[in-house]
Design a binder for this molecule. Structure first.
Ligand code: 5RP
Length: 229
């Protein structure tokens, strides 16, 4: 296992210790959330009672394989907690998510949660968001119109995510436009502007959602960052 994978495993397993029994929680998507889900599955096998709302089809499959009882977002009023990964984390705990193309459901689940714990290795910490291309889920119809509007917001380079030589299709049948902003001066303002574009389903800026970030460090420790004031 690489050092990076070891950081992901450590932080994912550590995050599982924050889950309280007899609660409903959101479970994220990706290679860091993978370890949290495995650790949760081990707890369930020992008799731990939990209901989990998954954030993607991949997470449904993984959770089912590990015996975790699942519900949909429509089955619950609120979730006590969501634990999910991220692609970038800034000092205000603003995030870029969607590297796995699941940020639409991830954001809906996080927004329905009292707390969001983000699990990340230290390489995801940045001073300013935007080096990681911002994933924007778009309706396939007329996506080039969206691309033009994204360019007008200061992002001349963007492309439709590909998989096996074809557009990647999200769990909800849409495309992902990966937008290379480079550096995002005002993430909340950009998030609002993106929602003004017809054809944008959801973007990967998570503003005011993460309450805690658990950071896996190369030296084997896990740091806890809390959202400032
Ligand atoms: C999926 C996501 C993931 O949380 C994000 O891409 C981080 O993934 P990983 O833990 O594999 O680095 O937003 O849509």
């Amino acid at each position: 296992m690489t050092e990076k994978d070891q950081m992901k495993k450590r932080v994912g397993e550590y995050a599982a210790t924050f889950i309280q029994p007899n609660t409903a929680i959101g479970i994220g998507t990706g290679s860091t959330a993978y370890w949290m889900i495995l650790a949760l599955g081990a707890k369930v096998r020992e008799g731990f009672t939990i209901t989990a709302v998954p954030t993607s089809k991949a997470t449904v499959e993984l959770a089912q394989a590990h015996g975790i009882p699942l519900a949909t977002l429509n089955d619950v009023d609120r979730l006590a907690l969501t634990i999910d990964g991220a692609d970038e984390v800034d000092p205000k705990l603003q995030l870029i998510k969607g590297g796995g193309g699941a940020h639409l459901q991830e954001k809906m689940v996080a927004a329905a949660s009292d707390r969001m714990i983000v699990i990340a290795d230290e390489q995801k910490l940045v001073d300013r968001l935007g080096k990681f291309p911002l994933p924007i889920e778009v309706i396939p119809f007329g996506w080039k119109q969206v691309q033009r509007r994204v360019a007008a917001l200061g992002c001349p380079t963007s492309e439709i995510r590909q998989r096996d030589g074809r557009p990647f299709i999200t769990d909800h049948g849409n495309y992902i436009l990966d937008a290379h902003f480079g550096s995002i001066a005002d993430p909340p303002a950009l998030g609002i502007a993106l929602h003004e574009i017809p054809g944008v389903v959801e973007h990967g800026l998570f503003i005011g959602l993460a309450t805690t970030v658990l950071v896996g460090r190369a030296d084997g420790t896990v740091d806890e960052l809390h959202r400032p004031g």
